[in-house]
Design a protein around this ligand. Structure first.
Ligand SMILES: [Zn+2]
Length: 103
C-alpha cells in the first residue's frame, strides 16, 4: 500500500514539474523574453505600456523591479519584472536602437 502511495506521489510530482517546465517554455517564447526577441520601441514611454500589458503565466499582472541597459549591448534595455500574484520573476528585453534621444 505504501508503495502505491509513493507511486501516486511521484506521478503527482512529475505532473507539477512538467507543468512548470511547460509554463517556463511558453513564457520564454513570448516577445521580449530573450535578447534575440527584444521588443522594438521608438519611445521609452512604450516600455511602460508593454510592462503594463504583459501578463504572467498565472494571468497575474507584473510590477517592474527595475530597468537598465544590457551589459555589452547599448541597443537593448532590460526590465526585471515580478508577478504581483505568484511572485514569479521575468525579464523583458527592449530594442531601443530606434528611439530618439532628447537633449
Ligand atoms: Zn504569476
Amino acid at each position: 500500500m505504501s508503495a502505491l502511495l509513493g507511486l501516486v506521489a511521484l506521478v503527482a510530482a512529475l505532473l507539477v514539474f512538467g507543468r512548470a517546465i511547460a509554463s517556463k517554455r511558453r513564457a520564454d517564447q513570448l516577445p521580449g523574453a530573450r535578447p534575440a526577441s527584444a521588443i522594438a520601441v521608438s519611445d521609452f514611454g512604450e516600455i511602460d505600456a508593454h510592462v503594463l500589458a504583459r501578463r504572467c503565466v498565472c494571468d497575474g499582472r507584473y510590477t517592474s523591479l527595475g530597468e537598465g541597459p544590457v551589459a555589452g549591448n547599448d541597443q537593448l534595455r532590460l526590465v526585471r519584472l515580478e508577478c504581483r500574484d505568484c511572485e514569479r520573476e521575468a525579464l523583458l528585453y527592449f530594442d531601443v536602437s530606434g528611439t530618439r534621444v532628447l537633449h
